[in-house]
Ligand binder design. Structure first.
Ligand SMILES: [Zn+2]
Length: 339
């Protein structure tokens, strides 16, 4: 039989006395004086405050008196049901929270946590590794898409020196440009791209296309300098590597991990930067142009000329080569770069 020791409090009074709560038969409660056994209250009409683990149990009676105990290991039969319900209620809330929060947490981890972690590793990649990524990338490109430049050496040198001079004037270079390489690229056409380690590759075709618009050509170079400055290439590699590791762990797909280890350089050349990275490089270019006292519209001019040379629809994100097929449609980027 239920028997709980506690105190009995008189109605509208602070007076209390040691008492015992018993349940002679289911649903019927009696509070007796602990010493004399006198019945202080009896009946079925009682209520309990919400039952919280670790807190005293307080039973209130219709006449305003109540019984309090910190021993909640046993409960009157009516309250057992109540306690079970509130426990279920609590666990339902927890389960619903988990249903909502766990996917959110996964999404956050995937889109913010992993990139943030990956980006934080970038400064710690040894310089020798960074340099070898550029060497491998250029080696692969030279084997496939690129040929030796047909620009006279003197012209290459003149352009390179002019751009490096402009680069130094345009802003504080945290990550120096490693090299500016010229290549003939009949298949690629008018294009320029930054390799992860800071090598900028410029095609003969873009030099030819913009030969009468030196500021527009400079704007393209400054865009690539933006990618170098913000280390977009290394960040992209780090993120895809981190994602591959996560996929390998979550899905047990070790193939994707192997691909990252073996194919980083080639993946890098083919992969385009994210929309955010492109827009950041675009902004870098227009701001650097302003610092150099040139029209920020030079970048939009360059984009328009490149689009025209490739005979593509500026609103079409597909079917265009890497430089301008990167996520933001070229029309949007021209609009952003035109002030
Ligand atoms: Zn770009």
């Amino acid at each position: 039989m239920l028997r709980i020791e506690g105190v009995y409090l008189q109605p509208a009074s602070t007076a209390h006395q040691a008492a015992v709560l018993i349940e002679p038969h289911a649903g019927w409660l009696e509070v007796q004086d602990a010493v004399t056994g006198t019945v202080l209250w009896q009946g079925t009409d009682y209520h309990a405050d919400e039952l919280l683990p670790g807190l005293p149990l307080r039973l209130g009676f219709a006449d305003g008196s109540c019984f309090e105990t910190s021993n909640t290991s046993q409960l009157p039969s009516k309250l057992k049901h109540h306690a079970k319900l509130s426990q279920i209620e609590r666990s339902t809330v927890l389960a619903l929270l988990a249903i909502v929060l766990i996917p959110l947490l996964c999404l956050w981890t995937y889109f913010r946590g992993i990139p943030a972690l990956a980006y934080s590793l970038v400064p710690h990649v040894p310089a020798a590794v960074v340099a070898s990524i550029d060497e491998q990338s250029l080696f692969t490109l030279d084997k496939t898409l690129l040929e030796a430049s047909k620009l006279p050496i003197a012209e290459q040198t003149r352009l390179r020196e002019q751009w490096l001079k402009d680069f130094n004037q345009a802003g504080s270079l945290q990550v120096p440009v490693k090299a500016i390489e010229f290549r003939d690229a009949p298949e690629v056409g008018a294009n320029a791209f930054a390799l992860p380690g800071g090598t900028i590759v410029v095609t003969d075709q873009i030099v030819e296309l913009l030969k009468d618009q030196p500021d527009a050509l400079l704007a393209v170079l400054l865009h690539e300098l933006g990618h170098v400055q913000y280390q977009h290439g290394l960040k992209t590699i780090a993120q895809s590597a981190a994602n591959a590791v996560v996929l390998a762990v979550v899905l047990g797909d070790l193939g994707s991990l192997q691909e990252v280890v073996v194919g980083t350089a080639t993946t890098m050349v083919q992969a385009s930067f994210s929309r955010d990275f492109e827009l950041q490089a675009d902004t870098f270019s227009t701001q650097a142009l302003k610092q150099l006292g040139k029209s920020p519209n030079a970048f939009a001019d360059a984009l328009k000329a490149i689009v025209k040379s490739h005979d593509v629809d500026p609103n079409d994100e597909k079917g265009m080569l890497k430089y301008f097929s990167s996520h933001p449609a070229i029309a949007e980027r021209i609009k952003n770069a035109s002030n």
